[in-house]
Design a protein around this ligand. Structure first.
Ligand code: FE
Length: 344
C-alpha cells in the first residue's frame, strides 16, 4: 500500500514538472539598454501575473545593430531604450514593427508615442536647470533666457552633441525655427563658464565647486545624487542646487522618454505585446518610474515622493516624434556654431 502511494505521489510530481515546463516554453526575450536592477522588478511582477517567463539581455550599446544582423532569426522580442532619438532611429533602421494596441493608446499619451505605433514612451525625464542655492535667486527660468548676457560666464553643460543636448536644441527648433535657434545657441555658447565636458552630474559638481551658477541636466540625476550612499560627496553636490523647470509657466519644460519597441521578427509576438501592455499599466508605471526617479507617462500615476519634492511642472506637449525629426538639424547647428569650443 505504502509503495503504491509513493508511486502516485511521484507521478503527481512529474505532472507538475511537465506543467511548469510548458509554462517555460511561454516566454519573451528582451534586449535592454536599461539596467537590470530597474527592469527585473517589473519582469518579476509580469511573470507572477501571466506565467510568461522573461529573458533579459542588457548592453550599453549595439543592440539595434545586433537585431539587424540577426535578421529574421533574431530572438529579440522587445527593445527597451532611452531617448526618442534612438527609438526613432531604430524605426528608420527597419528593426521595429507596429503594435496597434488600444491598451497602449489608452495608457500612453499621443505625444509620447510614434504615430505609426512603432515605438512607445514609458517614462519621461525633464531637461532642467540646476541652479546654485547660493548664487541664483530666480525661482523660474526659460530656455530662451539662457542666451541672455546676464548669464555670461555662469552656465555649465555637457557636450552639444550629446543626445540630451541635441534633444533640447531640437525642441528649440520646433518652437522657434532655425534662425532663432541658431542665435540662441550662439548666445548660450557665449555664456558658458567652461568648454562643455563631462556628464550631467559633473555639471552639478561644477556648480557646487563655484565654477558656474547654473547647469543643464536631466531630472533623475538629482535623485541619483541625493541617494548616492557609495559616493556621499554627490549628496553635497545635490544639496548645493535646486531644480528650476524652464518654461513651466508658459510652453512647458522639455522632456524626453525612455521607451520600447517590438522587434520586427519577434518570435514571441503575442507575449511581447502582453508585456508591452503590462509596462504601460498603472502598476508597472509606478515601479518603473520610481526605480530611476523618472515620471510615469500614464496619466494619474504619481511620481515618487522624492521626485515630487523637486516641484511640479508643466511638460512641453510638442510631439516627441517632431523633436526627433529636428535632431539632425540640431546636430548641424552645434557644429556650425562650434558649441563645444565654449565661449571665446
Ligand atoms: Fe542619463
Amino acid at each position: 500500500m505504502r509503495h503504491s502511494f509513493r508511486a502516485t505521489v511521484s507521478v503527481a510530481a512529474l505532472l507538475l514538472i511537465s506543467t511548469s515546463a510548458s509554462f517555460a516554453a511561454s516566454e519573451v526575450n528582451i534586449y535592454s539598454y536599461r539596467q537590470p536592477f530597474l527592469i527585473e522588478p517589473l519582469l518579476d511582477a509580469f511573470t507572477r501575473e501571466t506565467g510568461i517567463r522573461t529573458n533579459l539581455i542588457f548592453a550599453k550599446k549595439g543592440l539595434e545593430t545586433r537585431i539587424e544582423a540577426e535578421g529574421e532569426f533574431s530572438p529579440a522580442d522587445l527593445l527597451l531604450s532611452t531617448d526618442v532619438g534612438r527609438l526613432q532611429a531604430a524605426k528608420q533602421q527597419g528593426i521595429a514593427q507596429p503594435v496597434p494596441s488600444d491598451i497602449l493608446k489608452q495608457n500612453i499619451p499621443a505625444h509620447y508615442r510614434d504615430a505609426d505605433d512603432q515605438w512607445f514612451g514609458l517614462t519621461t525625464r525633464a531637461r532642467v536647470v540646476y541652479a546654485s542655492n547660493e548664487r541664483v535667486d530666480a525661482d523660474s527660468i526659460t530656455y530662451e533666457e539662457l542666451a541672455d548676457p546676464k548669464w555670461k560666464g555662469r552656465i555649465c553643460t555637457r557636450s552639444g552633441q550629446h543626445d540630451y543636448t541635441i534633444g533640447l536644441i531640437a525642441s528649440m527648433l520646433v518652437h522657434h525655427g532655425e534662425e532663432e535657434t541658431r542665435a540662441w545657441l550662439e548666445g548660450l555658447k557665449a555664456n558658458l563658464a567652461r568648454r562643455p565636458t563631462g556628464d550631467d552630474r559633473a555639471q552639478v559638481k561644477a556648480v557646487y565647486a563655484g565654477e558656474c551658477d547654473i547647469a543643464l541636466g536631466n531630472t533623475y540625476y538629482m535623485g541619483k545624487m541625493q541617494t548616492n550612499d557609495k559616493e556621499p560627496e554627490q549628496k553635497e553636490w545635490a544639496a548645493s542646487v535646486r531644480i528650476l523647470f524652464p518654461n513651466s509657466d508658459d510652453r512647458g519644460t522639455h522632456v524626453n522618454i525612455s521607451g520600447m519597441l517590438l522587434a520586427k521578427h519577434a518570435p514571441n509576438r503575442e507575449n511581447a505585446v502582453k508585456l508591452m501592455e503590462f509596462l504601460s499599466s498603472a502598476e508597472a508605471q509606478q515601479i518603473y518610474a520610481e526605480g530611476n526617479f523618472e515620471y510615469p507617462v500614464k496619466e494619474g500615476v504619481k511620481p515618487s515622493d522624492l521626485v515630487n519634492s523637486w516641484g511640479s511642472f508643466k511638460p512641453d506637449s510638442v510631439a516627441l516624434s517632431e523633436i526627433a525629426d529636428a535632431r539632425k538639424k540640431a546636430s548641424e547647428l552645434v557644429d556650425i556654431v562650434d558649441f563645444d569650443a565654449g565661449a571665446e
